[in-house]
Design a binder for this molecule. Sequence first.
Ligand code: PMP
Length: 388
Amino acid sequence: MAIRERRMDRMVGSVAHIFEWIETGGWQRHRLDPGIADFTFGNPQELPLPGLVDALRHNAVPGDKDWFAYKFSEADSRRVVVDSLRRRTRIAFEPEDVAMTAGAFGALGVTIRALCDEGDEVIFLSPPWFFYELMIHSSGATPVRVRLAAPDFALDADAVAAAITPRTRAVIVNSPNNPTGTIYRAPELAALGRVLTAASQRHGRPIVLLSDESYNRIVFDGIDFRSPALDYDASVTIYTYGKTLLAPGQRIGYAALSPTFPDREATRFAIMVQQLAAGWGFPNALLQHAIGDLEALSIDIGALQARRDRMVPALQALGYEVTRPEGTFYLMVRSPDPDDLAFCERLAGLGALVLPGTIVECPGWFRISLTASDAMVDRGLEAFAAAV
Ligand code: PMP
C-alpha cells in the first residue's frame, strides 16, 4: 500500500508544475482572446487536412460485420507499419513485433511498463518531452536524468555512459528532438550504441533503447533522418501519426521491436498484456482501417520550414538568441529575462503565447511552436518586438 501511494505521489509530483502553469499561467487566461498568437503547443491552429477528413469518412463505411468489433494490433495495420518502417529504415521489422497503440503516449506507456519493475532505472535526456518522467514513475522504475548542454543540446554518449548503473533497464532517446529541434547524426548514434552494448554486456542484461521518433517525418533542409535503432540491437521504435497529420486528438501510433531485439516473443507478449491492462490500449477500429490512407498524408513540411526561416532571422534581428531547428515543430529562444515564466507572462499580455522553458526543464528559455498560422506569426513578431 505504502509503495503504491509513493508511486502515485511521484507520478503526481512529476507533472504538478505543468498543470499548475496550465491553470495559472497566461495560456489559460489568454488562449481564447481574439487576435492571440498561440505558439504554445504542437496543436493545429487551422482546419484539419482535407485528406484526413476524407480518409475517416471513407473508412467509416463498414465493409463487414466485424468493422467495429474489438480490435487488437490488426494484421492490416501492422503490414502498413512494417512496409513504412522497412522503406524508411531498411531494418527488416516483422509484423508480429508491431504493437498498434494510441499514439506515442500509448506506445511509451505500455512499453515502459512491460519492460520495467520497481528498482529498475530508466535514463532520459533533459530537456525532455513533458511526460517521460511520469511514464517511468508509472512503471515503478526510477527516472534518471541526463542533462544536455545548451545551446546545441547534442547527444552526449559519455554522459549517458556515466549515468548507467547495473539497474539501468532502458534509455529514452528522442530524435528529432522536442523541444530542441536537434536531429542526432550517425557518429553520435554509433557512440551511443557502443556505450549501450558495452554496458549491457558488463551487466549481463540488455539495456533497451526506446527510440521516440514521433517527429521523424518533420525534417527540414532535406536532412536524412537516421533512426537510432540502426545502431543498436535492443531497440524499440516509437511513433505517432499525430504529428504528420497535425491531428493529435486522433490517436494512432505504434511501438515496433527491432528484429534483433533479444527475447522479442516474450517482450511483445508483455506489451500486449500491458495494452489490456491499460484499458484496451489499442487504436480505435476506424483509425486502424484508415491507416493505409493516413500513412500517405502529411501536413506541408515546406510551410513549417518557411515559418522557421521567417521567424529565426526576425527574432535574431530583435536581439533574441534562437536555435535553428533541424526538424520538429519547435524552436527554442533564450529569454531576455532569466525568469522565463515572468517573460512569458509579459509576452502573453502583449498577445503571444509561448511555453516557458521551465516547463521542459530548460529555465531561461522559451519554446515556440511553428504550428501557429502565418497570421499568428505576423502578430506574434510584433509582440516579440514589443517585449524587448
Ligand atoms: N513524444 C514526443 C517527443 C512528443 O512531442 C509527443 C507529443 N507532443 C509525444 C511523444 C506523444 O505523441 P502523441 O500525443 O501523438 O501520442
